[in-house]
Design a binder for this molecule. Structure first.
Ligand SMILES: NC(=O)c1ccc[n+]([C@@H]2O[C@H](COP(=O)([O-])OP(=O)(O)OC[C@H]3O[C@@H](n4cnc5c(N)ncnc54)[C@H](OP(=O)(O)O)[C@@H]3O)[C@@H](O)[C@H]2O)c1
Length: 243
């Protein structure tokens, strides 16, 4: 998928990885719709900024009607802090599923016809190594990421006929403020190199998309996938802690 001259839409660009996706897409010569629930916080010079809450159907429909030239969709936005499944707050658990699964699905359903009209294009879904293991303390998020993985596989099959490339990005730990805050509050000092820089990850992901890859892994993503051949186990943050 050639990104020079493409038209990309990225969700959740006001911070974290989404910001870096929008910047890198522009650098590669794409037109970019940088979307966010709070568009006033988006700082991506050169992008067209649109308000988008992926859990609000009216908001999703409005953006799909305006951004009708999109041929690359990057589903990055997510609520990443659902807590634990058995003892956690049910509203937070639902929120994790609402954004990661239903929100991503709503955006894909709205943009699938747009992509078809524009030649097929590509969808990049940002998953997590947590989808393949789990994380004690945030099992709700991990379960929602597992659902989003299943969604990605299903949508790939369904959209093959219209020529849409559907790619899964499966990172481990990304050095965004959200992840750093989480590690700090858990009292974990992560080892040097445990977290991937979000700008580096955006480049890795877009290189993979340009190469036509259907799955893109960083080192912890690859480790998590390797565990699938053995008995199920939880991802242990302490195992990547310094010292
Ligand atoms: N950080 C990690 O270690 C890590 C590891 C593996 C995978 N990931 C995945 O990578 C992606 C980005 O993570 P990140 O660390 O950059 O997250 P982040 O810094 O917490 O940013 C999340 C983004 O998603 C937006 N968002 C949340 N709910 C939304 C909704 N309903 N509609 C529209 N936007 C919404 C947030 O907007 P607001 O500012 O309005 O909340 C924010 O822009 C996520 O899919 C995450 O699951 C992260």
């Amino acid at each position: 998928m050639e990104l020079r001259g493409a038209t990309a839409l990225v969700t959740g660009t006001n911070r974290g990885l989404g910001h870096h996706f929008a910047v890198e897409l522009l650098r590669r010569g794409a037109k970019v719709y940088a979307t966010a629930r709070r568009p006033e916080l988006v700082d991506v010079p050169g992008a067209e900024v649109l308000r988008l809450d992926i859990t609000d159907q009216a908001s999703v429909d409005a953006v799909a009607a305006v951004a009708d030239d999109v041929d690359v969709l990057v589903n990055n936005a997510a609520f990443t802090a659902g807590g634990n499944l058995v003892t956690g707050d049910l509203d937070a658990i639902r929120l994790a599923m609402d954004s990661n699964y239903y929100g991503t699905l709503a955006v894909i359903r709205a943009f699938a016809p747009v992509l078809a009209r524009n030649g097929g294009g590509a969808i990049l879904n940002v998953l997590s190594a947590a989808a393949w293991t789990t994380v004690d303390g945030n099992t709700a998020y991990a379960a929602a990421k597992s659902a989003q993985w299943g969604l990605t596989n299903g949508v790939r099959v369904e959209l093959r006929g219209q020529g849409t490339l559907v790619t899964a990005l499966v990172p481990g730990l990304i050095a965004t403020e959200t992840m750093k805050d989480f590690a700090r509050s858990a009292g974990i000092v992560l080892a040097e190199g445990a977290m991937i820089d979000p700008a580096d990850l955006a480049r890795l992901a877009l290189d993979g998309l340009e190469a036509g890859d259907i799955e893109i892994l960083d080192h912890l993503g690859a480790d998590a996938k390797a565990t699938l051949t053995g008995p199920p186990r939880a991802f242990d943050l302490q195992s990547v802690a310094a010292g």
